[in-house]
Design a protein around this ligand. Structure first.
Ligand SMILES: [Zn+2]
Ligand SMILES: [Zn+2]
Length: 259
């Protein structure tokens, strides 16, 4: 599995992009940074966008990507994948013909620029050759993480935004069986001194990450950190290094990781 990081920060500043990951050139996972990060050719290869939750920093690329596809190739459809609660919020508040055109009906109902695929947590579904399972996380709005398995048995876990939680770790153990998840992309947003703010807003600190990881039966083979607020990047990086977790990497924008 090839994961290109288009953005992996919890706020936007020059050099720091909002979360968005391109899986094997074809599936976009969250859409914080999209159309400013890859060209039209790469954008056209995206067939699906998997969304964790409706917060702006994870959905901003949806309308601009739909617009580009509509302009260049009106027959091209991209499928937006998420739970009912998440997709409803996006339609009602973003693609509502006020903030942005409703590309789920444009250019026409039969071949819209954006198709919607509603998925249920805990119920595996297929996209291309991947078997994907969503599971609820604990955030301030309905949110889900995803476990994505390719045909060769490689498994990727992405939490999206979450505070301390249980279900996603249980689901990851269930999906991975006796082996471990090959790659886990987990959020850490705030430094340890902001534990209260992290818990209130449904996020993790390095110390909270450590206690969450202990809930997993098998430690992920590779652990990637996303969603750090650039304002706290120095402190959070030091605190993560102090944990001395083997195979932990802080994701970097515009880099590609292979699991
Ligand atoms: Zn969020
Ligand atoms: Zn976020």
């Amino acid at each position: 599995m090839k994961i290109k990081v288009l953005g992996c920060s919890g706020a936007e500043l020059p050099g720091f992009g909002l979360p968005s990951f391109l899986l094997d050139d074809s599936i976009l996972i969250d859409a914080g940074t999209t159309t400013a990060a890859i060209g039209e050719g790469a954008q056209k290869k995206i067939g699906h966008i998997i969304i964790t939750h409706s917060h702006f920093d994870h959905i901003r690329g949806i309308p601009t990507l739909a617009d580009n596809m509509f302009l260049r190739d009106p027959g091209h459809s991209i499928t937006l994948v998420g739970t009912k609660a998440v997709l409803q919020v996006i339609r009602k508040n973003l693609l509502n013909n006020i903030v942005w055109p409703d590309f789920t009906r444009k250019p026409n109902l039969k071949k819209p620029a954006l198709k919607l695929k509603v998925i249920k947590t805990g119920k595996p579904f297929r996209i291309l050759d991947y078997r994907i399972t969503a599971e609820r996380t604990d955030h301030t709005v309905p949110a889900a993480g995803y476990i994505i398995e390719n045909s060769k048995g490689k498994k990727l876990l992405y939490t999206g935004d979450t505070g301390p939680t249980d279900r996603i770790w249980k689901r990851a153990d269930m999906r991975s069986g006796k082996t471990a998840i090959d790659g886990a992309i987990i959020e850490v947003t705030f430094p340890n001194r902001m534990k209260a703010a992290a818990e209130r807003t449904g996020h993790l600190t390095p110390a909270l990450l450590l206690s969450e990881l202990k809930k997993l039966r098998n430690f992920p083979k590779k652990l990637y950190i996303t969603h750090i607020k650039p304002q706290y990047i120095t402190t959070v990086t030091k605190e993560l290094q102090k944990l001395k977790i083997k195979n932990l990497k802080i994701l970097e924008k515009d880099r590609t990781y292979v699991i």
